[in-house]
Design a protein around this ligand. Structure first.
Ligand code: ADP
Length: 495
């Protein structure tokens, strides 16, 4: 592979036809790490055609499930063997602390294993139809060419969440990473190339969202688009996908409530309140970005929360002591700072944080203090909009009914947490929350085995688990006549 060839199309590494490249930065220093190929529309067409041909006449969809699973198991092995190197690439490019990147890489390899296993398990059903001479059944078949557009917050893990079920199901895939974070995907495709996946079964396309991404969403040759990212971009993708009625899966934004009742284990609730918002620098779709706190706790809990937030070690993710890294880009830092200004302008008060960090270690990167707002009102922008940064807003509630009403007062419905020692109350509350992923006395655990996705404007469909595989499969009904007889419907013609 030539160092400037980072588009993987039809089993070959290529550079962009017009030779275009893009600078990739380290968010901890804003230094350029490297240049990567930047695909044009004509590279995109090439990738789409390669996937189309591979799906229509190539081997990948025609391999047995066991054969496809073998490729994916081997890929999981290679990821595991390279885990530390992959984690370091991820941290340098995304800024996330190394401990988080290590977790993501392990989870990605487990995801390939999970879908490699799942695809060989029984699927399809038979039906007891009201005709004894008909055997009715279903089989699952791949959808076709699947374009998969992923964001910059979990570059390696999102690639696995998309490719593992897509490929296991027998689709031919085109992965488009975010502009800022392509490096771990390039490493993943180096492993895919080593394993000689059949040409066209899987492509890597690096390029801009509004051009390359939009063409993937629009193309009549693409059968499905799977997207993780902002609700605004999800809306645009959904519109673009209408031309050929593409299958669409969207995992979008959130403004998830984390509800702490006065009877909770408060040490546990405190640590999870921090983890819910500050893991991934708050650039996490399921971030617990609204802390709903029972009002009787305010006086004791909030000072402890502020104190603990000030102790979080912020720095370069490569430093083993780092607990929170930089935001992805100067642009993202600016967006988050604008939200902090808006919160102040609307009358909220800072409990802690709010400033860019200018210590010698941090001054060149996009570092922001862990930030918490109190004295908020449900109408404020910082309470309603997804900030996608380390900014927590606290909302006080008086009783269970108010907690539920505040929690559901959002256009989003991705995740929610509840902390209480009263399990019955916890379950009662969870059941009334309009959210796709909920946690009782924990926050953020994510399992390859369980479905992931949101209610309301947080998305369409589910990833992970058996639902995540279904999202890459068509269902075909097959009816077999066990006693063929003349129909007798057109008597004159057949008498
Ligand atoms: P951000 O605004 O923080 O970059 P996005 O949700 O826009 O977040 O980006 C997530 C992914 O969506 C990226 O891979 C990006 O390139 C892609 N993208 C952005 N705009 C579009 C678009 N109009 N059509 C398709 N993909 C897009």
């Amino acid at each position: 592979m030539n160092s400037s060839d980072q588009l993987f199309i039809n089993g070959t590494w290529l550079s962009a036809v017009d030779g275009a490249t893009r600078e990739i930065f380290n968010p901890a220093t804003n230094e350029v790490i490297t240049l990567v190929s930047d695909a044009s529309l004509s590279d995109t067409e090439k990738a789409i055609h390669a996937a189309r041909t591979a799906f229509d006449s190539g081997p990948w969809p025609r391999l047995t499930a066991t054969e496809r699973a073998t490729y994916l198991f081997k890929l999981a092995d290679l990821i595991e063997a390279q885990a530390e190197a992959l984690a370091m690439v991820e941290t340098r490019n995304s800024g996330k602390p190394l401990r988080e990147a290590r977790y993501d890489v392990a989870d990605a390899s487990a995801c390939f294993r999970y879908y490699a296993g799942l695809i060989t398990k029984p699927s399809g059903e038979t039906y007891a139809v009201p005709d004894p001479n008909i055997l009715a059944m279903t089989v699952r078949e791949p959808i076709g060419v699947c374009a998969q557009i992923i964001p910059w917050n979990y570059p390696f893990l999102m690639a696995a969440w998309k490719l593992a079920p897509g490929l296991a199901a027998g689709n031919c895939c085109i992965l488009k990473p975010a502009e800022t974070t392509p490096l771990s995907a390039i490493e993943l495709f180096n492993l895919i190339a080593q394993l000689n996946f059949p040409p066209g079964s899987v492509q890597l396309l690096l390029g801009s969202g509004p051009t390359v991404g939009n063409l993937l969403a629009e193309s009549p040759l693409v059968d499905k688009i799977a997207f993780t990212g902002s609700t605004k971009t999800g809306r645009s993708i959904m519109r673009a996908a209408t031309g050929n009625i593409k299958k669409v899966t969207l995992e979008l934004g959130g403004k998830s409530p984390n509800i702490v009742f006065a009877d909770a284990d408060l040490n546990l609730a405190l640590e999870y309140a921090l983890f819910a918002i500050f893991a991934g620098q708050g650039q996490v779709c399921t971030a617990g970005s609204r802390l709903l706190l029972q009002d009787t706790l305010a006086e004791t809990f909030l000072p402890r929360l502020a104190e603990a937030s000030r102790c979080i070690v912020v720095g370069d993710g490569m430093n083993p002591d780092t607990e929170m890294g930089p935001l992805i880009s100067p642009l993202q830092l600016e967006r988050v700072q604008a939200y902090i200004q808006s919160g102040l302008a609307e009358g909220a008060q800072l409990l802690c944080g709010g400033q860019r960090i200018n210590t010698p270690e941090c001054e060149r990167g996009n570092f922001l203090e862990p930030t918490i707002f109190v004295h908020t009102h449900p109408c404020m922008k910082i309470v309603q909009e997804e900030i996608f940064g380390p900014v927590l807003v606290v909302q006080l509630f008086h009783d269970e009914a108010e907690a539920i009403s505040l929690a559901n007062d959002s256009v989003y419905g991705l995740a929610a947490g509840v902390f209480t020692s009263d399990t019955t109350k916890g379950l009662r509350v969870l059941k009334q929350l309009r959210a796709g992923i909920t946690w009782l006395n924990t926050y953020h655990p994510t399992f390859n085995e369980a479905p992931w996705g949101g209610y309301k404007q947080s998305g369409i469909g589910r990833e992970l688990g058996t639902y995540g595989l279904d999202a890459y499969l068509e269902i075909k009904q097959i009816n077999i006549n066990l006693a063929p007889q003349p129909l007798g419907w057109y008597r004159k013609c057949f008498s």
